[in-house]
Design a protein around this ligand. Structure first.
Ligand code: PGA
Length: 242
């Protein structure tokens, strides 16, 4: 049985004070959420400690948005896996397209980060996705297959989540057709040795399209950016109707 995992990705949004305002409105809405759905919030490093305390005793689990591959060292600006696990972080987004595009992340560094995350008991959320140009050139399949193959060299697939996020659909309101997202996610699953790895869709997931997205047989959840910043929107997403 594949798990259903809905994750909010706050990106570089919300101070600690704003994170507390969000939780005040959001946490009560979990009462309606079916128990088999896993709910995560992947937040800026500065919010992790306070959220770890505020989420204690709730069913929302905590994720970071990056992790370095060394345990410590002269890597100014980076954060290591033991630093995250010490404060109760359980998940980490790795290889988000914004990190690949703006911060030079490659399949090789993604692979190193996944290894380090798993070694310390974190569950990595590996993000893959093609650009508009790659899609228009008919390269979607080869790009995705390469990102999966290179990102997952020597990786334990029993503690892993994958997110398919077509880059042209992120933050644009231009959601990928749900059947097409389902097709690409099926293609990703064919590359895996463990068929039970949860595979999410990400890219302009909103309250008005989540039901249709989650109705697709290959899609096991969502990675939600903009719509995870508003408590009411994210509540509607985790409480999607099937
Ligand atoms: P979006 O972002 O929902 O705002 O499109 C998704 C993501 O980048 O994870």
């Amino acid at each position: 049985m594949r798990k259903i995992v809905i994750a909010g990705n706050w990106k570089m949004f919300k101070t600690q004070a704003e994170s507390q305002d969000f939780l005040r409105d959001f946490l009560p809405t979990l009462e309606e959420t079916p128990s088999e759905r896993e709910v995560l919030l992947c937040v800026p490093f500065t919010d992790l400690n306070i959220l770890s305390k505020s989420l204690h005793g709730s069913r929302v689990q905590l994720g970071a948005q990056n992790v370095h591959w060394e345990e410590n060292g002269a890597y100014t600006g980076e954060v290591s896996a033991p630093m995250l696990t010490e404060i109760g972080v359980r998940f980490v987004v790795i290889g988000h397209s914004e990190r690949r595009q703006y911060f030079g992340e490659t399949d090789e560094t993604v692979n190193l980060r996944i290894r380090a995350a798993q070694k310390h008991g974190l569950t990595p959320i590996l993000c893959v996705g093609e650009t508009k140009q790659q899609r228009d050139n008919g390269e979607t399949e080869i790009i995705i297959i390469n990102q999966i193959k290179r990102g997952l060299v020597d990786i334990d697939q029993s503690n892993l989540i994958i997110a398919y996020e077509p880059i042209w659909a992120i933050g644009t309101g231009d959601t990928c057709e749900t059947k097409e997202a389902n097709r690409v996610i099926g293609l990703i699953r064919n590359q895996l040795t463990n068929p039970n790895v949860p595979i999410q869709y990400g890219g302009s997931v909103k309250p008005n399209n989540i039901d249709e997205i989650m109705a697709q047989p290959e899609i096991d959840g969502a990675l939600v950016g903009g719509a995870s910043l508003e408590a009411a929107d994210f509540a509607r997403i985790i409480n999607y109707q099937n």
